[in-house]
Design a protein around this ligand. Structure first.
Ligand code: FCB
Length: 458
């Protein structure tokens, strides 16, 4: 038997969700339309044309859901606010029933001794703001500041952990370059980089406002970074790796750390003939604003992606030991992501050693497996338990070597609407029957609850 690995006292054990993925009630109580409402209502955008119209119906069942969190013994719950519930037109008129919903949720959590960790933007932009230009335009960053002010005034007395954005690189790249996520723009690199810049700028502008409206709170941002080695030591593979890393990760970390955007980005823009127009959106003072000091970085970690340059033939003479295994390998979850727990340690090390982040939370980590309840009503999802255990062992090791990791949030508390994959992927530690809205804590959830109770992983 393995020895138990004990976590520090006060380590924060949590689980995470996001508004559009669980709430439903997409047009109730004065909520405005979001880009995800519009995108999912457009045929052909989401697998099986699924929508978040009902999702987990959490908007109506939040009390029952907090009761499940109590059952699991969660110390913290990470959720996001739907911007168009608060400001249906993006700016201007405030929708009080939207504020009341989150206010009730926060009270319910605090009464249960569960700390709310609140994300301001987990992708559901008011549709009207997209129509006014979306993230590629600066006025969207200004609107985000107004929204931040309204919601942090309302909840700032009780919420003490705030995250401005969730995975801005996914917003910029999947939303405005590849078009797989709302608003579905198949753009060019400049529209993605402009979006990234305005997301970061809105973050930097929001930080002092949150501190003012929520005294004594911690403020951070959530970055996604996976383990991304190059497939070989060949120059094209390594170059591709550097470029991908610049677009997906370094752009954000460098800017937040007060450095410049990676040089590879200007190179991209010029390669596509988009200079000098392509960098005009960066105004004097912007980089300083983006680097406004924060209290923590949230890391979302899921997998390893081995990067190779597919445009050139592989050089057979070079070591190629890092090729990914075939898709049906045990090491892949059902969404096709490679399981690689060691990568979590390596990315945490990168944040600590290269960027001296003062405090880190793993704000998402989890896996997609579709295990359903058996005849006895139990959900025996041992692959998920194994995934979580192995990642937690790496988290423990990170703490041992001095990385300031202060908490861990499983993605996700519930099975839910997985963006372009609709309901086909189940990440929850709680099973959700989408027909009846019945919830069942999976075996992994019971296991996690023991981890929390003992403050240790086996
Ligand atoms: C992350 C998202 C989260 C969820 C997981 C599986 O990129 O932040 O909403 O979809 O992936």
């Amino acid at each position: 038997m393995n020895t138990k690995l004990l976590f520090p006292e006060n380590f924060i054990w949590g689980a995470a969700t996001a508004s559009y993925q669980i709430e439903g009630a997409w047009n109730e109580d004065g909520k405005g339309e979001s880009i995800w409402d519009r995108f999912s209502h457009t045929p052909g955008k989401i697998l099986n044309n699924d929508t978040g119209d009902v999702a987990d119906d959490h908007y109506h069942r939040y009390r029952e859901d907090v009761a499940l969190m109590i059952k699991l013994g969660l110390k913290a719950y990470r959720f996001s606010i739907s911007w168009p519930r608060i400001l249906p037109m993006g700016i201007g008129r405030v929708n009080q029933p939207g504020i009341d919903f989150y206010s009730r949720l926060v009270d319910e959590l605090l009464e249960a001794g569960i700390q709310p960790f609140t994300t301001l933007y987990h992708w559901d932009l008011p549709q009207v703001l997209f129509e006014a230009g979306g993230w590629p335009v600066r006025s969207t960053a200004e609107a985000f500041v107004e929204y931040t002010d309204v919601i942090t005034r309302a909840l700032g007395d009780r919420v003490k952990h705030w995250m401005t954005h969730n995975e801005p690189s996914v917003v910029a790249n999947l939303g405005y370059l590849h078009g797989e996520h709302a608003p579905g723009i198949k753009g060019n690199i400049v529209s993605a980089l402009k979006s990234a810049h305005h997301l970061l700028l809105s973050h930097g502008w929001a930080v002092p406002l949150i501190q003012q409206n929520s005294p004594g709170s911690e403020v951070g941002i959530v970055i996604n970074a996976n383990h991304t080695p190059s497939a070989s030591a060949s120059v094209p593979d390594r170059q591709t790796r550097l470029e991908q890393d610049a677009i997906w990760v370094r752009l954000y970390l460098e800017a937040l750390a007060g450095r410049q955007y990676p040089a590879e980005l200007t190179h991209f823009i010029s390669k596509q003939g988009l200079l000098p127009e392509g960098t005009k959106y960066i105004q004097p003072g912007d980089m300083e604003d983006i680097a406004t000091p924060i209290d923590f970085i949230g890391l979302n970690f899921y997998r390893r992606t081995v990067i190779r340059n597919t445009e050139v033939p592989e050089d057979q003479n070079l070591p190629q030991t890092l090729f990914p295994a075939p898709k049906n390998d045990e090491n892949y979850t059902e969404i096709g992501w490679e399981v690689y727990p060691e990568g979590l340690l390596s990315v945490l090390g990168r944040l600590h050693f290269e960027y001296q982040i003062p405090k880190i939370y793993v704000t998402e980590n989890g896996c997609s497996y579709s295990d359903a309840p058996g005849d006895d009503g139990l959900v025996r999802d041992e692959h998920r338990t194994r995934y979580l255990r192995e990642h937690l062992r790496m988290a423990h090791q990170a703490i041992q070597i001095g990385i300031p990791l202060a908490g861990y949030f499983v993605w996700s508390l519930f099975d839910n609407f997985e963006w372009a994959y609709g309901y086909s992927q189940r990440f929850g530690i709680i099973w959700v029957d989408y027909e009846t809205q019945e919830r069942i804590i999976k075996d992994s959830g019971h296991w996690y609850s023991q981890v929390i109770k003992s403050n240790a992983v086996d």
